[in-house]
Ligand binder design. Sequence first.
Ligand SMILES: [Zn+2]
Length: 370
Amino acid sequence: MQTTIPLSDEQIYQDFNYLHEHGETAFNEVVTTEYLAKRLAEMGVAYERFADMPGLIATLGNGTPIIGMRSDIDALKQTYQGKAGVFHSCGHDAHMAIVLAVAQYYVDHPEELSGTLKLIFQPAEETVTGAEKVIRSGQLPHLNYLYGLHVCPESEVKAKQAEPIIPDAATRTYWVMINGKTAHAGKPELGANVIDAFSELNEAFRRIKLATDLPYSITTTMFQAGKSSNIIPDYGTFAVDLRARTNELMVELQNRAFAAMDRIQRGDIKLNLDGNDFSPAAIPSDKAMNVMKRAITNVLGEKGLIEPVETAGGDDFHFYAYDGLADETTMLGLGCNLKPGLHIPGMSFDRAAILDGARMMIDAVRLTKA
Ligand SMILES: [Zn+2]
């Protein structure tokens, strides 16, 4: 039996349209935050800002369970049809409109909320840095459940369908400096050539094989060294991209990468880690996924629920579980006829899916029991 959840379509589209027109990049979501604050104030929902960044946390209800719901709020700086601008080509405008609709619903139906609902409007998802800053702000209590959502490309999830988890992989990038020793090109034995060292390392990366059937990869994506054709280069930089289906597999892959890097450090060859980016894999929770499955079938019917589709992407949503702030977490993958793909300027999707998405997120909260 499909549920009917009354929503103010007009208000939701108004929210979406405003947010859509006012895309802002990571940590610059000032106008966006002002709008969210204004809307929450109109609804009479209590909210808190962050001391040193845009975004906010709204609170409804009280007691347990403590249920979190997260919307990312940032957009991407891009050029579209010859015009440079900041565009919501990742659909975070739809996510915000949905979470605002959830707030409105529980303002109107407080008796349907058991426990506390924390709505997290998180900045800087695109740079994979916002979630950790929210966690470190100390402004969130420990969450028993946390739900997120993302609109999905049509190639992964069709319109009127949804998946109960977005099974993102773990991704890690290392930026590394290699130092060697310079010498004249005619006297290579007197120097330590960073290109030779890097070639050996790259071969070692390519030979890494883990004992698993799960997907993973390790790929050098950048390498720069050398300025003159007759001098042994003593300095270079490279970047290596690691991906793994689970966080455990990522640890293994990292260990193997570091072992390979250690092995080429001999004589005058020295490596220094210059920086790294990390985004954890989704941590599947049966409890959260079962709630989301029921919400999907309640709203879209049995045919609406699909098996999770493997992605190559990542989302900093997974930090909330990875860092231990939230116990049971999942992200709804929302089909909405999204084309041609995420992060592509001019990306479009069926706006009516925002209403379905709001209904599923509302239902997920109702179905969550301590
Ligand atoms: Zn996104």
